[in-house]
Design a protein around this ligand. Structure first.
Ligand code: Q46
Ligand code: ZN
Length: 301
């Protein structure tokens, strides 16, 4: 282990991180991971120890690793789980999320989509919206709504470097300027929207899986059945091939975008669509009726 060696200790490394040129033992990997998360939180001024954080928990490795790291770093963080009603996947992930919350003695708020609108499979059947796009809109809507009602001022999600690099790659391939302009690990608080942050944005998927494993966190190891065939998976595979040949590619692609391209994109004056409030539910929306209320109407009809 690089750190043990410097301290004249003799622990064997269990992992090699080529993009950081570090070989680390279990103890120092965990320490490195938590320090890196904390550094990211401070670098982007995400939150501090006085904030009330709500972690979007899916039961997967990223959200549980994030919650564990925030807990160990001494931040005030509870969890929020949406039961999407996707058969065993939702049942299994709910059990694992609750088990983890009990282990660290933190509150996990749980809502059921079936009670709010309808389950994801029902929404898929009754509307023609692409499933993951509808699911993403719904998740963002409910966590924002409940965070406000429950008195949290920060929403933290487990998006990792692989996720961010894949989205950045897709948005760049399609020159989605409006999306690129918003691709930042912090979305500031805005009329009706709670501040949203991504503290794992510089942590790879492998690092987050290893952190979960070394901390004995039980997480859901299989993907949601609707994830199959998503183009983001292809982009992740492609970026990993590049990463294997040239370690550090993903990190550089993402961090250099934030440093060099993001400020340029946002220096151009844009015509801001003004934010209103949905006439049905009162939540922030760019249209008279928000997309979740429209979805509700489609499901009913
Ligand atoms: S849960 Fe929902 Fe994901 Fe399943 S339906 Fe798609 S978006 S894949 S993170
Ligand atoms: Zn609405």
């Amino acid at each position: 282990c690089t750190i043990c060696k410097a301290k004249n200790l003799n622990n064997k490394a269990i992992v090699f991180l080529p993009h950081h040129r570090l070989a680390l033992c279990k103890e120092h990997f965990i320490e490195w991971f938590e320090k890196r998360v904390d550094k990211t939180i401070k670098e982007f001024k995400m939150f501090d120890k006085n904030d009330n954080i709500l972690v979007a928990v899916s039961g997967g490795k990223d959200s549980l690793s994030l919650w564990n790291a925030l807990y160990k770093l001494g931040y005030n963080a509870d969890g929020f789980y949406i039961n999407l009603g996707i058969n065993e996947y939702s049942e299994d992930s709910k059990i694992l999320a609750q088990k983890f919350a009990d282990k660290i003695g933190k509150k996990l708020h749980i809502i059921s989509l079936k009670e709010e609108i309808a389950s994801i499979p029902e929404i898929k059947e009754k509307t023609n919206r692409p499933t993951c796009s509808a699911c993403g809109t719904i998740k963002r809507y409910y966590i924002n709504k409940y965070a406000k009602e429950l008195g949290y001022n920060i929403i933290a999600t487990g998006h990792n470097l692989d996720d961010e690099a894949a989205v950045l790659f897709s948005n760049t391939l399609n020159w989605e300027i409006d999306f690129l302009k918003k691709q930042y690990p912090v979305l500031k608080e805005e009329d009706g929207f709670i501040k949203k942050v991504k503290p794992l944005c510089k942590i790879t998927e492998k690092e987050s899986a290893l952190y979960a494993f070394l901390n004995n966190i039980d997480y859901i190891e299989y993907e949601c059945p609707f994830a199959e065939g998503a183009s983001s998976i292809e982009y992740k595979i492609f970026l990993n091939e590049l990463e294997n040949k040239h370690p550090g590619t993903k990190l550089k692609f993402y961090t250099q975008f934030l440093k060099k391209m993001y400020p340029i994109l946002n220096s151009v004056e844009k015509e801001e669509k003004s934010l209103k409030h949905c006439i049905i539910c009162g939540e922030p929306s760019f249209n008279d009726i928000c997309s979740v209320c429209r979805l509700k109407q489609l499901v009913k009809n």
